[in-house]
Design a protein around this ligand. Structure first.
Ligand SMILES: *[C@@H]1O[C@H](CO)[C@@H](O)[C@H](O)[C@H]1NC(C)=O
Ligand SMILES: *[C@@H]1O[C@H](CO)[C@@H](O)[C@H](O)[C@H]1NC(C)=O
Length: 424
């Protein structure tokens, strides 16, 4: 069967989007192939993602990879530009070369859409980065490579170092996959961001920093200092055990900067899971670490030292208030419920969470949420790799100092402490 592009008028496209429901699920995706300056001047269709046509012409490989990462092939995909010419070319390519199932080209483009007085969303610092996900199955962690497709400037978010407790080995198997992606597309990595001090996996930030010639800065929330204090006591370590020297940049609420060509970045503090959790909005994508999880799961746990379900509630409502509904929310982990048939998923729109997040939709009160969260937390055990994770991540991603042999052996060894108590 040859897949073909279907033409659709703006009015029909609008009706189809309404019918499928932008925020009820992910059955419709809207792709804007105009250039960024056109979006800033004329606005866009709500919740559309942008992959500029100039990249289709200059770097087909990267355009294709970005499109495939953005779009669910099984969804209804509506593609538009200003007049329908560029989107016509991309629609044909998506259907015929990439095998997208249900592709529509908006004839007359945004010009006709505007003439028909259909709703337009003005530009709100929400250009689209290209987000590539490498899911690490052992700890169910989503690692993100976030690229400005125009300049190739890139951030790596929450990278994992593999840990095998039975072999007592730490190795960069997963991190090497990140390097492969970076090298394949010639990306310029300028930041490595940990959304918080992870308690379930070791960060690969330092390993990646050493491997990358672009010398990226390692960023983490400034409240990491508090978390260090808590766990120095917990592990009975001297204050010198955890230093700050490997964190290049301590990020604070309201920090802003630009990724590459005009992609606006901003930070909000989102404590709840830990006191140092930060969420990063990079254009129309947000990286929320352990706060919101996919809507059928709810949120991250709040029972770690320094955690608070009340704070989590306030943090998530801050997102609900500050960010546009069309913001793509990329979560830190995904644990598909055993009863569901779905595979791992890591992204949905903020508007979907507001309607459908099972623990914290827009309506739920703080008391209801805190009750739900506490009941759930009472059933959870600590993460398997908590002790190596904290002791390494609080050292800025370095393994503890080697211990010289007390038996006169040449090779020093490295140890992780495990607290233990006897319970009668
Ligand atoms: C990488 O991006 C940074 C920040 O924009 C820039 O200063 C640097 O020159 C870029 N490096 C390369 C190799 O493009
Ligand atoms: C965002 O979505 C929510 C729920 O889906 C809705 O209640 C709210 O009115 C929307 N906000 C805007 C500005 O469209």
């Amino acid at each position: 069967m040859t897949l073909t592009v279907k033409d659709i008028t703006p009015l029909e496209a609008y009706q189809r989007i309404e019918e499928l429901g932008l925020y009820s699920c992910h059955r419709v995706q809207i792709i804007d192939v105009r250039e960024r300056h056109e979006i800033e001047t004329f606005g866009k269709i709500e919740a559309s993602y942008n992959v500029p046509f100039s990249v289709y012409e200059s770097n087909r490989d990267m355009f294709t990879a970005a499109l495939i990462d953005l779009v669910d092939k099984e969804a209804t995909v509506i593609i538009y530009c200003r007049s329908g010419r560029r989107s016509g070319i991309v629609s044909k390519y998506a259907a015929e070369e990439l095998g997208f199932n249900d592709v529509y080209n908006v004839v007359g483009g945004l010009n006709q859409w505007t003439d028909d007085r259909l709703p337009i969303k003005t530009y709100a610092n929400d250009h689209s980065p290209w987000v590539h996900t490498i899911f690490e199955h052992e700890t169910a962690t989503a690692q993100y490579i976030v690229t400005d497709i125009v300049s190739k400037e890139t951030y790596i978010i929450d990278p994992v170092l593999d840990y095998d407790p039975l072999d007592a080995v730490v190795q960069p198997r997963t991190a090497k996959l990140i390097l492969e992606h970076v090298n394949r597309f010639g990306l310029n990595v300028t930041k490595i961001i940990d959304t918080h001090v992870h308690a379930d996996h070791l960060t690969a930030a330092i390993y990646l920093k050493e491997q990358l010639p672009s010398n990226p800065e390692f960023c983490i929330g400034s409240n990491v200092v508090e978390v260090q204090k808590t766990f120095l006591e917990r592990y009975n370590l001297p204050p010198t055990a955890f230093t700050m020297e490997h964190f290049d940049r301590l990020v604070k609420e309201d920090d802003t900067w630009t990724l590459g060509d005009m992609i606006h970045c901003s930070v909000i503090a989102t404590p709840g899971h830990t006191p140092a959790c930060m969420s990063y909005r990079i254009g129309d994508a947000a990286f929320v670490g352990d706060t919101l999880f996919m809507p059928d799961i709810g949120t991250a746990r709040c029972d770690f030292p320094g955690g608070s379900a009340e704070q989590m509630y306030t943090s998530i409502h801050k997102m609900y208030k500050l960010w546009p509904n069309g913001t793509r929310i990329y979560v830190g982990h995904d644990y598909p419920p055993a009863t569901s048939l779905r595979t791992h998923m890591v992204m949905t729109l903020l508007g979907v969470h507001k309607k459908l997040n099972k623990m914290i939709d827009e309506e739920k009160s703080m008391d209801e949420y805190v009750k739900l969260r506490s009941e759930r937390d009472a059933t959870l055990r600590v993460p398997r790799f908590i002790h190596p994770s904290l002791q390494v991540n609080l050292r800025g991603g370095l393994l503890p100092q080697d211990e010289p042999s007390v038996h006169g052996k040449a090779t020093p060894q490295t140890f992780i402490k495990v607290p233990i108590r006897f319970r009668t």
